[in-house]
Design a protein around this ligand. Sequence first.
Ligand SMILES: NC(=O)c1ccc[n+]([C@@H]2O[C@H](COP(=O)([O-])OP(=O)(O)OC[C@H]3O[C@@H](n4cnc5c(N)ncnc54)[C@H](O)[C@@H]3O)[C@@H](O)[C@H]2O)c1
Length: 347
Amino acid sequence: MSTQRGKLPRAKIGCDRRLTLKMSQTLNILITGGAGFIGSHLCDLLLAAGHRVIVLDDLSTGSLANVAQHQGNARFELITGSVLQESLVETLVQRCDRVFHLASAVGVKLIMDQPVKTIETIFCGTDVVLRCCARRGRRVLITSTSEVYGKGVSVPFKEDDDVLTGATGKHRWAYACAKALDEFLALAHYRETKLPVAIARLFNTVGPRQTGQYGMVVPRFVSAAVQNEPIEVHGDGEQTRSFAHVLDVAGALIDMLDTPECFGKVVNIGNDVEVTINQLAQAAIRVTGSSSKITHRAYDEVYGEGFEDMRRRVPSLERARQLLNYVPRRMLDEIISDVAAHIRRSN
Ligand SMILES: NC(=O)c1ccc[n+]([C@@H]2O[C@H](COP(=O)([O-])OP(=O)(O)OC[C@H]3O[C@@H](n4cnc5c(N)ncnc54)[C@H](O)[C@@H]3O)[C@@H](O)[C@H]2O)c1
């Protein structure tokens, strides 16, 4: 249990969160999926703020290397196991004051390759975590995705917009629908069991430690650029995305669980600056000083026939601004440069 309860201090906009998070109380915090890309940065920030962190991760897409820097820290504990193990989750939730639930099957490629595992991990895992938190009355944040907006065309996407996904015969939409069901379940708990739950709908989040192995575009492009290899763009490259730096996102997640006004709400978190995938490829070449050439490959060839993608995906950050004073501070060139530095260090 916490030695003292209260709010985690809010980061000042425009300052580095690592420096501004000061410990005013020690909380025990569980991060499911904490050895993953976003979870490990969250772990860094919370430990730097003086909290105790337990990570529960099955290491399916996460890695020990992401949290190796905390080995030997008495305030850090890594449990290798699954969020599907209810008695384990129950024990860990009991030991903690707050829970960040990030464990999930992630990435379009993984979802196309392992559709059953995807749905089970996302929906059943969230069900377990929410039930355990409801029994103990713990604050919990779940991580949903901009994929929930489906084929919506009213850009920028607002949290209360209608959503439009594709046919159930197209596995690509299983990720979006499972995450949408997680949102329904979280909101149902908020109403029925009074669970203090916040829902972050994350847009493309990028930065050091993200792996390109599962089809993520930024690590794939930057890695190719660093090695002066061809950068393969899927489709015509004129589809747009907006990329947020993982440190901006992890900071917002901490603020959400610290802000009771976020409970029972969905909040978009991301960056609202829009770039085409062709521009992203050009930026990767420019920032890394690469001699890579850009090539294009049809979606069907990469993902199989009938693959559907969204042309634009831009968040409205109005709600995040109002509730959290959230403003993304790190832009594309800084993201590419941080990712390139990480890739060079790891090679
Ligand atoms: N990165 C993004 O752009 C993005 C966008 C939208 C939503 N999200 C969401 O954010 C969360 C974190 O994603 P990420 O990008 O860090 O991906 P990630 O794959 O790096 O992290 C997911 C972590 O969950 C772990 N995991 C998977 N199944 C598990 C299980 N059954 N039990 C315990 N651990 C398990 C993996 O090993 C991994 O460490 C996910 O919920 C994801 O859906 C991410």
